[in-house]
Design a protein around this ligand. Structure first.
Ligand SMILES: *Cc1c(COP(=O)(O)O)cnc(C)c1O
Length: 401
């Protein structure tokens, strides 16, 4: 999946434009910058690629979630529902605005189970964050319909599925906001960086000001000086160098996805021969970004056995049930309420009294699914030799399991 694999002359040329002017800041410096606005251009191109009205660049995918939550008015006392299979960033952002993360089961899409979502909505639910994990779609239409029924906004965490679609419509454009990450290992990268897209002008303007210390961008877009502020903000501004890299990477995104699709098809073909194998459910196979290939065995014992064979043959798969960064029962710092705050926030209230406990055993359906899941990351540049090693290993597993 990583865009770092294709970093090359195009990125260097874009960066050189910035180095030639020496203007690293996205705003101001009108004379020195010679008309070069890389972050702004990246935002415009990204919005246009996704078919969205507005895009706001920020410093990371985690911050993209935080900015989206902040402008939707989420704060202390509110609950935000997300899924128990995601990267820790999703719920870190929820805690960071003072709200409480609530976790749903995932189904065989490996994303939010809409039935469980409906059960977890309460009077406190202020936002819903489905995640398009491992390059492919959540059941976003069902999720959106449930959210609409309750009048709750949806933020799509699209950090792992930039360029993914359902029926040709881009992921990130179904909810009120879509958030993206361009960190070092994402499908396209700016080293660090993120984006929020929305079709709502007010939401975008608030994001623009919030991420820039509250500077008033309406009468004086990006200007500095005597303008007022409508609300308190923070600094999550992207640098021009990152914007420059983003422009070059975005131009390569479709080609990267096409390469991954070819390799993924070859892996799927080889895995099909394994007795009892089944595949991750894709909401729309055409719109899969193919950054990962995920398959199931009938039970955890078989999954571990298959993976042992794959390992012996130099092609171990990821067993996410053991992964401590992406799966709820393995987040021991969350389960154990580990925090630097001396009063125990966010697990305790300001007086130090316990207010939330996370129980490792509350997502049994996810545990069952995760226990039989095996996953390969699909690189953009998969050498013939490596692909053969992987397909050979899968064929061995097919005969030995
Ligand atoms: C990577 C990732 C993020 C956070 O992105 P950063 O840019 O690393 O902060 C958020 N959500 C998911 C699902 C991710 O994979």
């Amino acid at each position: 999946m990583p865009g770092f694999e294709v970093f090359g002359e195009e990125e260097k040329k874009e960066i050189q434009d910035v180095l030639d002017t020496g203007v690293l800041f996205r705003y101001e410096f009108a004379e020195q910058r010679k008309g070069i606005y890389k972050v702004r251009t990246f935002e415009e191109k990204f919005a246009s690629y996704c078919g969205s009205q507005y895009a706001q660049a920020v410093t990371s995918g985690t911050v993209a979630l935080k900015v989206a939550l902040a402008v939707l008015g989420v704060g202390p006392g509110d609950e935000v529902i997300t899924q128990g299979f995601t990267f820790v960033a999703t719920w870190e952002a929820i805690f960071d605005v003072g709200a409480t993360p609530v976790f749903t089961e995932v189904d065989e899409t490996l994303n939010m189970d809409p039935t469980d979502l409906e059960k977890k909505i309460t009077g406190q639910t202020k936002a819903i964050i489905p995640v398009h994990m491992l390059g492919a779609q959540a059941r976003i239409k069902e999720i959106k319909a449930i959210a609409d029924k309750h009048g709750i906004p949806v933020i799509e965490d699209t950090a792992q599925a930039t360029g993914g679609t359902i029926d040709g419509k881009y992921l990130g454009t179904f909810g009120k906001c879509g958030t993206f990450s361009f960190d070092a290992v994402k499908t396209m990268t700016t080293g660090e960086g993120g984006m929020v897209i929305t079709d709502d002008e007010r939401t975008w303007r608030n994001m623009s000001e919030y991420h820039d210390h509250g500077h008033d961008h309406v009468p004086n877009p990006g200007g500095r000086g005597g303008e007022g502020r409508s609300f308190i903000g923070f600094n999550y501004r992207m640098m021009e160098l990152q914007g420059a890299i983003g422009i070059a990477q975005l131009a390569k995104l479709n080609a990267m996805i096409e390469e991954q699709k070819k390799s993924k098809a070859a892996l799927k073909q080889a895995a099909s021969a394994i007795p009892g194998v089944s595949f991750r459910e894709l909401v729309d196979e055409k719109g899969d970004t193919a950054t990962f290939f995920a398959f199931f065995m009938p039970d955890s014992e078989k999954a571990r056995k298959v993976n042992d064979i794959l390992k012996e043959n130099g092609a171990a798969a990821i067993y996410f049930a053991d992964n401590s960064w992406h799966y709820y029962p393995k987040w021991e710092h969350l389960i154990n309420s580990s925090t630097l705050a001396t009063n125990g926030w966010p697990f305790n209230d300001a007086s130090g009294k316990r207010r939330i406990v996370y129980d490792a055993d509350v997502l049994p359906a996810s545990a069952e699914i995760m226990s039989r899941l095996l996953v390969y990351q699909v690189p953009v540049k998969l050498s013939k030799d490596r692909l053969k090693q992987m397909t050979d290993a899968l064929e061995k597993a097919a005969t030995q399991v």
